[in-house]
Design a protein around this ligand. Structure first.
Ligand code: HEM
Length: 164
């Protein structure tokens, strides 16, 4: 792996590969579900992490939700922009801050676009927190709003650092 860019120092704790210990999904009109997910935050020498998320069904091992993107930092600050493309036909731009003391990132959508033939309902907002709860443990909680459900929790997952 390339050396971590200087600008990423405040969020250096994210670098590497993470694997779920527990991932659970919920939403008002769908049955609760469990998932397995691998996250990668890789620096190739630029002031950003290249981001990969791949989730799979815990028993069938079939692919579920996938995300690819970039988590950029404004050098010299804790200001973040997370550009993500989701495999079900959505792209989101989320912005927010890293709290250096508590090692917690909060991100909220500033824009969303959706392909014309994506399955309804349309996502209207995403809010996620990414928190280092122990040196090798990450917790991610994601809330979403759709055109028929107000902002409600969709995902909560705990990951262990597996590499990097
Ligand atoms: C359902 C969006 C991440 C698994 C949904 C629905 C939306 C959505 C809009 C339909 C809800 C409804 O019918 O009211 C998103 C967004 C995500 C995300 C924006 C990330 C930012 C994930 C992840 C998983 C997942 C990581 C699991 C690996 C599911 C499942 C359903 C669902 C199993 C119900 C079945 C279905 O409608 O396909 N999600 N999702 N989602 N999501 Fe997610």
């Amino acid at each position: 792996m390339a050396t971590l860019h200087e600008a990423l120092k405040p969020i250096s704790w994210l670098a590497g590969r993470w694997s779920t210990e527990e991932g659970r999904g919920t939403y008002p009109n769908i049955p609760d579900f469990q998932y397995h997910e691998e996250l990668e935050f890789i620096c190739v020498g630029q002031p950003m992490f290249n981001y990969v998320s791949t989730s799979t069904h815990p028993e069938k091992k079939t692919p579920m939700h996938q995300e690819r993107g970039f988590l950029r930092i404004m050098p010299g600050t804790n200001k973040l922009a997370f550009m993500v493309s989701h495999n079900f036909g959505l792209t989101s731009l989320e912005e927010g801050e890293n709290d250096e003391e508590s090692k917690q990132i909060v991100l909220e959508t500033v824009s969303l676009s959706r392909m014309s033939f994506a399955k309804p309902p349309a996502v209207k907002k995403i809010k996620r927190t990414i928190k280092l709860v122990a040196p090798d443990t990450l917790e991610v909680v994601l809330f979403m709003e759709t055109d028929n459900t107000p902002l409600t929790e969709h995902l909560k997952a705990v990951y262990k650092k597996v590499d990097g």
